[in-house]
Design a protein around this ligand. Structure first.
Ligand code: MN
Length: 137
């Protein structure tokens, strides 16, 4: 067992993954025994990921603020503290803050056997981002 307080420094999300400013923190990396990865991301208002997918899917747990989650071909969901978002393996999606508020989530996923965490596509356009949020598919 290992107990760590505040285990890693905050880094600014790279511009090839994010529109706007996001702050990333790794909480648990993959090991030889487990490919589980846990981290936290704080999105400032208007910030969001590019379109992307995860080889084994991803679970998001919103811990602060309000934000948005979209999937390719689907509607945009508004999310707030306590919401849990389960993303299927290979499902193209994005997540981020809404235009007015910050949003922080935990993310939980597995890297694949090659260590791949995610496959990134193009940015979420302003038109896609500003589409009216709905809460039902
Ligand atoms: Mn994701």
């Amino acid at each position: 067992m290992e107990v760590t307080n505040n285990p890693s420094a905050v880094t600014v999300g790279p511009p090839e993954w994010f529109t706007g400013t996001a702050y990333m923190k790794s909480l648990k990396g993959p090991t030889e025994a487990s490919r589980l990865v846990v981290g936290s991301v704080e999105f400032t208002p208007g910030a969001r990921t590019f379109w992307h997918s995860h080889p084994h899917g991803q679970t998001l747990i919103v811990t602060e603020g309000t934000g948005l989650v979209g999937r390719r071909g689907g509607v945009i969901h508004q999310v707030s503290v306590g919401d849990v978002v389960v993303i299927e393996p290979g499902e193209e999606h994005w997540h981020g803050a809404d235009s007015q508020n910050s949003m922080t989530h935990l993310h939980i996923n597995e890297v694949d056997v090659n260590g791949t965490y995610a496959t990134f596509c193009e940015p979420v356009s302003e038109a896609e981002y500003l589409a009216s949020p709905l809460t039902q598919d």
